[in-house]
Design a protein around this ligand. Structure first.
Ligand SMILES: O=C(O)c1cc(=O)[nH]c(=O)n1[C@@H]1O[C@H](COP(=O)(O)O)[C@@H](O)[C@H]1O
Length: 274
């Protein structure tokens, strides 16, 4: 999917919501455990109930890898279901990969070709030659961790080295890489006060912003400093939506939570004439 198609979808749906499909078998309704593939059954119900309210889904691969072959199969079924039924929806494999070049190429093939995701999250720590293999894929997007939502972000990312914070160096240096137009960046919703500085460096790039909901990030603050002329934001909530209820009404409850966020987003877009 191209960035322009994503922007169109955001404007059509008046939503820049990304729903995180972080499926934990201990948290899903008990009746689903009797299904042949409980993870896919859960995802399908959530997608069927919420696809009109969001523009992206983000399965975090850890939640699938933890269940071995069964989990990987459920991930495959989920992405196929999305690509067949909702090709207009942007898909993110939240895998946080990155390695020496030939290994990164294999990671990119796994997520862009075999699983056919639109994007994958990548860690910048190993530098240019670990990220460029992902950027080589046309119309696919590499979402680089810039300033993450967790407390540990202050261990390295905000540290100043040679007069500049590390996360700023990640943003500036990555702009010089081949095919850098295929980059998006992760900025945690809990770090909204950094967004003005971040937008000075990357005014046009899309930001994936997790941390609204369970981690306490504030949607209004993120939009105030992070939105650009093309919206430029995908706001993710995982647990706050998919575990809104543990009863048989879980999909309806997820839709209700999604609608609350979508309505708030529509108001923000209208106020910004977008
Ligand atoms: O790359 C991510 O998506 C990510 C980056 C980050 O800085 N913080 C963060 O929470 N995430 C992911 O976003 C999701 C947040 O989930 P909730 O806190 O349940 O909404 C999880 O899948 C995290 O792994």
């Amino acid at each position: 999917m191209t960035t322009n198609q994503l922007v169109e979808e955001i404007k059509n749906k008046k939503s820049f919501l990304c729903i995180g499909l972080d499926v934990d078998l201990n948290k899903i309704p008990e009746h689903l455990l009797k299904e042949e593939d409980p993870i896919f059954a859960f995802n399908k119900a959530i997608i069927d109930a919420t696809h009109h309210l969001c523009v992206a889904y983000k399965p975090n691969t850890a939640f699938y890898e933890a269940y071995g072959l069964k989990g990987w199969k459920a991930l495959g079924k989920t992405i196929n279901y999305l690509n067949e039924n909702h090709p207009e929806i942007f898909t993110i494999a939240d895998a946080k990969r990155g390695d020496i070049g030939n290994t990164s190429t294999m990671y990119a093939k796994a997520f862009f070709e075999d699983l056919a995701f639109d994007s994958v999250t990548v860690a910048p720590y190993m530098g240019k030659d670990s990220v460029e293999p992902f950027l080589a894929f046309e119309n696919k997007h590499t979402i680089l961790l810039a300033l993450t939502s967790n407390q540990g972000a202050f261990d390295f990312q905000t540290k100043t080295i040679e007069g500049k914070e590390v996360y700023k160096q990640v943003l500036e240096t990555s702009k010089t890489w081949t095919n850098s137009e295929n980059l998006m960046y992760v900025v945690g919703a809990t770090k909204a006060e950094y967004l003005a500085d971040i937008r000075n460096i990357i005014p046009n790039s899309f930001l994936l912003v997790p941390g609204v909901g369970a981690q306490g990030g504030n949607l209004q603050d993120v939009c105030k400093y992070g939105m650009n002329d093309s919206v430029g934001l995908l706001i993710n909530s995982s647990r706050g939506i998919i575990y809104a209820s543990k009863e048989t009404d879980f999909a309806q409850a997820a839709a209700q939570k999604s609608e609350e966020l979508q309505k708030e987003m529509a108001e923000i877009l209208n106020a910004a004439s977008l």
